[in-house]
Ligand binder design. Structure first.
Ligand code: CP
Ligand code: NVA
Length: 309
């Protein structure tokens, strides 16, 4: 039989429903366990493992939560900015992957291009984790699923509304809707719909995902309303986007059209008065800081899966 490769965590779409379910169950257990992760939740040999974190773009949550997660699991982490590496001077991704595989036990990368992540995973002999690319943000949505379930119970069969830019975070929500079996309604300006490859993927997988341009329709009967910044890292057409997205701002009036006990989520950083009003972000329905906290717990569960292979 062929040797099994490393357990990469590149996209929610790549994993089967059962594995994903186990990771979320583990994330709940990690949270209950707190800082000192008990032996039964720790992958064997983690104390000898070091995770390298590479950042081609800024980060607060991803950077700190991965570093702290590794320490709490009993391993170590090393944070590297792209420009500090020879990668920044033209060393190839393939060579970087092979060299880092000789020193470290895992790589998390926040990459400008999804192709860089894929190339790294192709050449690394250790697990590679997607810490956000221009196409997706799977670790964020694992924390979001955990957050949803904490507040409202199992996500299967429930309804989530995405209002705003059909961006990287929206794509991981689409992947999650299919794998976790919930309904996702996206409302985005036509020009900012998620890329066709993802819409096609959802269709092929027979996912319960609807896309329209109408925020009111999307939030009707939703258990959770989600949005994100109008201008993602690396995008230059800020003025144009703000104009297109103005009708998609999440305010109290829009939230009132969702279910009474609906929660509001945002991966942060948030821009008050743009994609979300101060009132909603700071209001009783907002769970954004639980969501931020859960990056830590969900990632401990992801790391345990990656290193448990
Ligand atoms: N939500 C999120 O990924 O935040 P950072 O950019 O701060 O890592
Ligand atoms: N869509 C945002 C998410 C930031 C965590 C971006 O890519 O900048």
């Amino acid at each position: 039989a062929a040797k099994q490769g490393p357990r990469h965590f590149l996209d929610i779409a790549d994993l089967d429903a059962e594995t994903l379910r186990k990771i979320i169950d583990n994330a709940h257990a990690m949270k209950r366990a707190g800082k000192r992760v008990p032996a039964d939740l720790r992958p064997k040999g983690i104390e000898d493992c070091v995770l390298v974190l590479i950042f081609e773009k800024p980060s607060t949550r991803t950077r700190v939560s991965f570093d702290v997660a590794m320490r709490q699991l009993g391993g170590g982490a090393l944070t590297l900015n792209h420009d500090d590496l020879q990668l920044g001077r033209g060393e190839s991704v393939a060579d970087t992957a092979r060299v880092l595989s000789r020193y470290a036990d895992g790589i998390m990368i926040r990459a400008n291009a999804h192709a860089t992540l894929a190339e790294l995973a192709r050449h690394a002999t250790i697990p590679v984790i997607n810490g956000l690319t221009e196409k997706s943000h799977p670790c964020q949505i694992m924390a979001d699923i955990q957050t949803f379930e904490e507040h409202l119970g199992p996500i299967k069969g429930r309804t989530v509304a995405w209002v705003g830019d059909g961006n990287n975070v929206a794509v991981s929500w689409m992947h999650a809707a299919v794998r976790f079996g919930f309904k996702l309604r996206l409302a985005c300006p036509k020009a900012l719909y998620p890329e066709a490859e993802f819409i096609d993927w959802v269709r092929r997988e027979k996912g319960n995902v609807e896309i329209s341009t109408d925020p009111n329709e999307a939030v009707k009967g939703a258990d959770c309303v989600v949005t994100d910044t109008w201008v993602s890292m690396g995008q230059s057409d800020a003025a144009k986007r703000k104009k297109m997205l103005a009708p998609y701002a999440v305010d109290a009036k829009l939230m009132s059209k969702a279910n009474k006990n609906a929660i509001f989520m945002h991966c942060l950083p948030a821009y008050r008065g743009h994609e979300v009003s101060e009132e909603v972000l700071e209001g009783l329905q907002s769970v954004v800081f639980d969501e931020a906290e859960n990056r830590l717990h969900a990632q401990k569960a992801i790391l345990a899966w990656c290193f448990g292979g």
